[in-house]
Ligand binder design. Structure first.
Ligand SMILES: [Zn+2]
Length: 321
């Protein structure tokens, strides 16, 4: 495992996202075999409720924060603003920075995660984290038992009120709006609801919000084993269970409505599926320009967004539908 980039003067959100993913791969699901810290407040928590022996349940990024969840309701929250960084080493490997810069070192068998110069590092319980005003909250978790479609609609409605110009697919991916949807589901959910993923939230009707939340819930429940860990590549996600193209039985595109199907015929109308990079993180968004018509917001271009199309040009209709 390669160490994380060591000189990231001002980590951006996606850097922290990548750092969290690397940490998750290295120590996620593993038992802590050693814990060391240069911070008195963390050391005192460790003295009272030792970290060694706990399992790293998962690691996630929220904004500029990195959260490491340990079993037994303990969460290590670090802020990576400015000089802070997490590195992953093989245990025993020489660190790239001096020990005086070490704030936290978590060893899980063969891997060691070390935080250098993090300006904030604190332990939380789920409850104190919930109360913390600094760490961004997650939206309602689509896979949680207590999730309701109403709560999802409320979350989208609130987002539309505070961020009316957010594009739909960007909002669907935003874990602070609803937690759980990854990049594959984002496109599938917008397609299922017949909503163009580039529309602004202020143009989305209540009925469309309901259709998206219902689809999100249905698809994620059906794929519950594949849906975690979040942010995975989406390998194995199934949203389309109709007849498959026989020649590519292993092709992921045969099991979904639009994701990864750029240039192929829409399963509903035959139009070529489009793809375009969207949002600050330039994530791929797939959609059918016919089934997901464009409605511009006030002051927005009336021109529908276009994306790359391959193989098929223009509109072709399937005889069957
Ligand atoms: Zn279509």
């Amino acid at each position: 495992m390669a160490a994380l980039p060591r000189q990231e003067p001002v980590p951006e959100g996606d850097t922290i996202y990548r750092a969290a993913r690397t940490l998750q791969k290295a120590i996620g699901g593993k038992v802590v075999t050693a814990f060391d810290t240069g911070l008195a407040t963390l050391a005192s928590v460790n003295d009272n409720t030792p970290i060694v022996g706990r399992t790293v349940e998962h690691v996630e990024a929220r904004g500029k924060w990195c959260l490491i969840f340990f079993s037994g309701d303990l969460i290590l929250v670090t802020h990576m603003l400015m000089s802070g960084s997490w590195h992953v080493y093989r245990t025993g490997e020489k660190w790239w920075m001096g020990r005086s810069h070490m704030r936290v070192a978590i060893t899980c068998g063969e891997y060691q995660a070390v935080a250098f110069n993090v300006p904030i590092a604190e332990f939380h319980t789920a409850r104190s984290l919930e109360r913390s005003s600094q760490v961004p909250k997650l939206g309602p978790d689509i896979l949680a038992d207590e999730f309701s479609v109403e709560a999802g609609i409320r979350a989208l409605r609130e987002r539309a009120a505070s961020h009316p110009e957010d594009e739909v697919a960007v909002a669907l991916l935003n874990q602070r709006v609803m937690a759980g949807l990854g990049n594959v589901y984002k496109s599938e959910v917008a397609f299922a609801a017949g909503v163009n993923p580039f529309r602004q939230l202020c143009t989305i009707t209540e009925r469309e919000m309901e259709a998206m939340v219902e689809a999100a819930h249905k698809y994620m429940k059906a794929n519950v084993l594949d849906a975690r860990p979040r942010g995975a590549s989406g390998e194995g996600i199934v949203t389309y269970t109709g007849p498959r193209r026989t020649t590519h039985a292993m092709n992921r595109g045969d099991r979904v409505w639009v994701y990864g199907r750029q240039g192929q015929e829409c399963r509903r109308c035959g139009t070529a599926i489009m793809m375009r990079k969207q949002g600050k993180q330039a994530r791929s968004t797939y959609w059918c320009p016919t089934c997901q018509p464009w409605f511009a917001a006030e002051g927005q271009s009336l021109e529908a967004p276009v994306g790359k199309q391959e193989k098929l040009a223009g509109v072709r209709r399937k005889a069957s539908c």
